[in-house]
Design a protein around this ligand. Structure first.
Ligand SMILES: Nc1ncnc2c1ncn2[C@@H]1O[C@H](COP(=O)(O)OP(=O)(O)OP(=O)(O)O)[C@@H](O)[C@H]1O
Ligand SMILES: [Mg+2]
Length: 451
């Protein structure tokens, strides 16, 4: 039987490790990824893993891995996808189309008899990282809607992953072998958007030297993703409404209608109900588009995803650039997790890239963070001031000390460094406070550099 401590799993091999990480991120496992055998060797030498999940190994990697595993505690080896089977006793091979259930079962039980009954194919959430409850709720809807042809409206703040989820819905639908055609309604000048969407006939306007199909036709059999739909002009909204209602439209300058078989997914970071109330967006179109609403939660509502995403982006960047993967100190990660991320996942991704270029060592420290992160963390607000993701393990005593330090600094600042008053605010004896200030080496003004 599985024991109750956290099962530690290393993911390695040729397949996109973020896919496997994504699949396992919601499970009760401690997961790490190694992009190649060199990093795997290092990790296996330093940490005890219960299972190693390897995908698409080359012959060379397969034998290197079996030697490594024999040397380092003999964890079970779970193979996914194609590739040779290493000469290693504790090997479990899973078919392609592996499910989360298969993986978890294999990782937890170092035995060979995996349940042969196939589960429903998993929702392929490729590249969509996160294990929070809020994201899980979105994925549940996405999985259900992927199996249908229903129209979907994805809303959410900028950078929350609206396009990523639209792509996942298409990829998991029966339309996956036909195109997903993306059009950014906000980026194309309004006079060109109609012909971009619906195409045009030869001579329809100056410069239309030949007939051209629009994105609706190009998406035939597949999905059209109307991004930034809130920016569409009112006259085009009418034409779009008709195309959706009647499943046909006219190319600009055409005298006949064209029929297509498409699913429509649209997205916006605007509040469309407000736009409707202000007569900027047609109510009838809004209801046509909003059959299945998906609301992408901002990062501040799924703080437990922040460390997973940061690891994912450092891993991705290290692979792309060949540079060493950066790690985050516990203090830096605590501040990042408490930060509100107005730019959401995109802001986090950009920050990770900035670290990879600007931070010299292998560890990103709290002082490497932009100043506004530190300022935000030292603000006195109602939120828990030190949020830690315990799933990755925390140093309890260190965290408590940081927490105490923060409280004391807040009280001291509030009391203008009059210790008796600060002690009163903290319901603490003055002598105890003085002792702590000495022990923590706190000085007036250190609030900006300390958690
Ligand atoms: N859950 C996630 N896992 C991994 N990467 C993500 C996730 N969510 C978003 N990203 C990445 O963040 C960036 C922004 O995502 P995306 O373009 O899908 O967001 P958006 O909501 O469409 O943004 P905008 O409103 O600005 O168009 C992309 O690089 C995307 O790959
Ligand atoms: Mg987008």
């Amino acid at each position: 039987m599985a024991d109750t401590r956290m099962i530690k799993v290393l993911i390695t091999g040729g397949l996109d490790s973020s896919l496997l990480m994504g699949m396992l991120s919601n499970c009760d496992l401690k997961i790490e990824a190694a992009p190649d055998m060199t990093v795997s060797a290092e990790k296996l030498a330093h940490f005890n893993y219960d299972a190693v999940v390897a995908s698409n190994l080359s012959q060379g990697d397969a034998s290197a891995l079996s030697t490594l595993l024999k040397r380092h505690g003999e964890p079970s080896l779970v193979l996914v996808g194609k590739g040779p089977t290493p000469d290693y006793a504790a090997t479990i091979r899973l078919d392609e189309g592996v499910t989360v259930h298969d993986l978890v079962t294999a990782c937890r039980f170092p035995v060979h008899d995996i349940d042969d009954g196939r589960f429903q194919g998993p929702f392929d959430r490729r590249g969509l990282v996160g294990g929070s409850e809020a994201l899980r709720r979105v994925l549940v809807i996405a999985e259900k809607v992927a199996a249908t042809d229903s129209t979907v409206l994805i809303t959410g703040e900028s950078g929350t992953g609206k396009e990523l989820i639209a792509r996942a819905i298409h990829r998991n639908s029966h339309r996956c072998n036909a195109p997903l055609v993306v059009i950014n309604c906000g980026a194309i000048p309004r006079e060109l958007l109609e012909s971009e969407l619906f195409g045009h006939e030869k001579g329809a306007f100056t410069g239309a030297h030949r007939a051209r199909p629009g994105r609706f036709e190009l998406a035939d059999g597949g999905t059209i993703f109307l991004d930034e739909i809130g920016d569409m002009s009112p006259d085009l909204q009418v034409k779009l409404l008709r195309a959706i209602q009647e499943k046909c439209f006219e190319r600009v300058g055409a005298t006949h209608s064209t029929h297509v078989d498409i699913r429509i997914i649209s997205a916006t970071n605007k509040d469309l109900t407000l736009a409707v109330a202000q007569n900027q967006f047609r109510e009838d179109l809004y209801y046509r588009l909003n059959v299945i609403p998906i609301i992408m939660p901002p990062l501040r509502e799924r703080r437990s995803d922040i460390s997973l995403l940061a690891d994912h982006f450092t891993d991705k960047l290290a692979r792309r650039t060949g540079m060493d993967e950066k790690r985050f100190s516990q203090e830096a990660m605590a501040i990042m997790t408490a930060y509100d991320w107005p730019g959401n996942v995109r802001e986090l991704e950009n920050l990770v890239e900035r670290f990879s270029v600007l931070v010299d060592g292998s560890v990103v420290e709290a002082e490497d963070l932009p100043p506004h992160f530190l300022a935000a963390d030292s603000q006195d607000d109602d939120l828990p001031s030190l949020y830690l993701d315990v799933r990755h393990g925390v140093n309890f005593h260190e965290s408590m000390e940081q927490h105490q330090k923060k409280l004391i600094l807040q009280a001291l600042n509030e009391a203008n460094w009059v210790k008796a008053k600060a002690a009163e605010l903290l319901n603490m004896k003055r002598t105890t406070l003085v002792e702590k200030i000495k022990k923590m080496k706190l000085e007036d003004g250190s609030v900006t550099t300390t958690v």
